[in-house]
Design a protein around this ligand. Structure first.
Ligand SMILES: Cc1ncc(C[n+]2csc(CCOP(=O)(O)OP(=O)(O)O)c2C)c(N)n1
Ligand SMILES: [Mg+2]
Length: 259
């Protein structure tokens, strides 16, 4: 019988929210791993932060939990350390990990903890109705910044590269197949895997057209093991084009192996 990862809980995301596409991509990734015998369902743990993205744990029939806002990453590193057999993934938000919990994600990347983080980057605090986060563009107008954000945005992929993450990718939620494939690569990677998922917030910051025009997929010409090329690509999302795909991948001992 096909694996059913749906739950009875009513989905309360706005109709059309790309969070649903991320949910489908992850369910498909897990279904494929389990049916191929690559992973056992009871060995998968999915943590979630606080925000619209965090509701994903309610809609997944896998071992899952909600952390405190910004504190999901250290919970995951603890889980992985306690039971290294587990495949540990976390769904986070740009507010959750790049405003509130910034110290946790950077240090987990630095120590190469063997977990995967899927960042729902909608460039806004969505659940609390549209304030600017650390990834909102300069000039972004929201409840707390009616005259426009005065700060330059943080570039998550670039930060992760700088901090030493060993797998860094960017994907666009509307491409479910590519998102699923990248999630699978991240979960198979040994070490800290970071996936930035561009997830336009259709209610408070609708960037669907903006990204549709700019997203392109890296091809074989991009050497993902080359750090200089990775830096070049990671920086490019402030320009007219937004490169997606696996930006960087390397191998080094994990936190769990070293402690
Ligand atoms: C410690 C703490 N600070 C603030 C909040 C209020 N809060 C709840 S959700 C949220 C926004 C989350 O934004 P993000 O992580 O980007 O998730 P999104 O809703 O955009 O998916 C905030 C600020 C909280 N619950 N806990
Ligand atoms: Mg957000």
């Amino acid at each position: 019988m096909a694996l059913d990862l749906t739950t009875d809980i009513k989905i309360t995301w706005c109709p059309g929210c790309p969070n649903s596409q991320i949910l489908v991509a992850f369910r498909q990734a897990v279904e494929e791993f389990v049916s191929a015998g690559t992973m056992e369902l009871h060995n998968i743990v999915a943590g979630a932060g606080v925000g619209c993205h965090g509701k994903i744990s309610d809609y997944l029939e896998v071992n899952s939990f909600n952390s405190l806002h910004g504190r999901m990453v250290p919970s995951l590193t603890g889980i992985k350390l306690a039971n290294p057999k587990l495949n540990v993934v976390g769904f986070s938000g740009d507010g959750d990990s790049f405003s509130e919990g910034f110290n946790h994600i950077t240090h987990a990347a630095r120590s190469n903890s063997d977990i995967s983080i899927f960042l729902h980057n909608n460039q806004v605090f969505a659940l609390t109705t549209g304030q600017a986060t650390a990834t909102s563009p300069k000039g972004f107008k929201g409840g707390t910044m009616p005259e426009g954000s005065i700060n330059e945005p943080i570039n998550p992929a670039l930060i992760m590269l700088t901090m030493g993450a060993t797998f860094i990718a960017r994907t666009f939620a509307s491409d479910i197949k590519k998102t699923k494939e990248i999630m699978k690569e991240a979960m198979l990677h040994k070490g800290f895997a970071f996936v930035e998922i561009i997830q336009p917030c259709i209610t408070f910051f609708d960037t669907r057209e903006y990204y549709k025009e700019r997203v392109y997929w890296l091809d074989d010409k991009h050497k993902k093991s080359n750090l200089d090329s990775a830096f070049k690509v990671a920086r490019m999302n402030t320009a007219d084009k937004v490169p997606c795909g696996i930006i960087y991948q390397t191998s080094k001992p994990t936190f769990e192996e070293l402690v």
